[in-house]
Design a protein around this ligand. Structure first.
Ligand code: DC
Length: 214
């Protein structure tokens, strides 16, 4: 168990296995878990529902401000449309500002494991533990393809890889809160690791960090 109030930031590019890892860490440590990507996905969906363009700052800000907890339970938050809409609204400063408070309140209450792109750099720059989880584009595309197939979604491997590259570029090159490791993050490359090995490696980092600063 982690001491109450500990924040663990798990950042990294699309389909690197952050969600699976962060969820397991939260469970093992007895901490709440927040998938912050879902917030951006839900905002993107609301904009699409309104018939607007996810790059439209006014429509996206209005959607972010109107976000309700039930939006996070929608069944259509995954898939290529939702991926790109989320990445587009995430580049809009007013959207990020609207979602920042929610994320900070969530983590500040009892501590938490949060996964996203800017948890260690912007949302919780003082987090005790910061992991930057990554894997090669080819491996991430392979995992995403298998995940889609497992859900019965028809997908073309080359197209999945192209979408991941596009999203990486969009998330890493935006001027606000771009995807990058915090200076004090530990990078975990999971290209050659299965979920079990990635979890073991992450737990070793967590123990080390908590012991060092605790
Ligand atoms: O983690 P994910 O793939 O579900 O995230 C969807 C999109 O949301 C991603 O392309 C970028 C954006 N995002 C972000 O900008 N900041 C976060 N903390 C989480 C996600």
């Amino acid at each position: 168990m982690a001491p109450n109030g500990v924040v663990i930031a798990v950042d990294g590019p699309a389909a690197a296995g952050k969600g699976t890892l962060a969820r397991r860490l939260a469970q093992a440590l007895g901490l709440p878990y927040l998938d912050t990507g879902l917030l951006y996905r839900a905002v993107g969906r609301r904009v699409l529902d309104a018939g607007a363009d996810p790059r439209d700052a006014t429509a996206a800000e209005a959607a972010a401000r109107a976000l309700a907890p039930a939006d996070l339970d929608r069944a259509d938050l995954r898939g290529p449309m939702a991926d790109m809409a989320a990445s587009a609204v995430a580049a809009i400063p007013a959207v990020r500002a609207a979602l920042l408070d929610f994320q900070r309140r969530f983590g500040a209450e009892h501590g938490a494991v949060l996964d996203g792109r800017d948890i260690g750099t912007v949302v919780f720059p003082a987090a005790r533990v910061k992991l930057f989880v990554t894997a090669s584009v080819e491996e991430r595309a392979r995992r995403r393809f298998l995940e889609l197939r497992g859900r019965g979604v028809a997908a073309d491997p080359a197209q999945v890889a192209a979408e991941i590259r596009d999203r990486d570029a969009q998330d890493a090159n935006r001027p606000i809160a771009p995807l990058r490791p915090a200076a004090d993050a530990v990078t975990l490359d999971t290209t050659a690791l299965d979920a079990e090995a990635a979890f073991a490696a992450a737990m070793a980092v967590v123990r080390d960090r908590l012991a060092a600063k605790g």
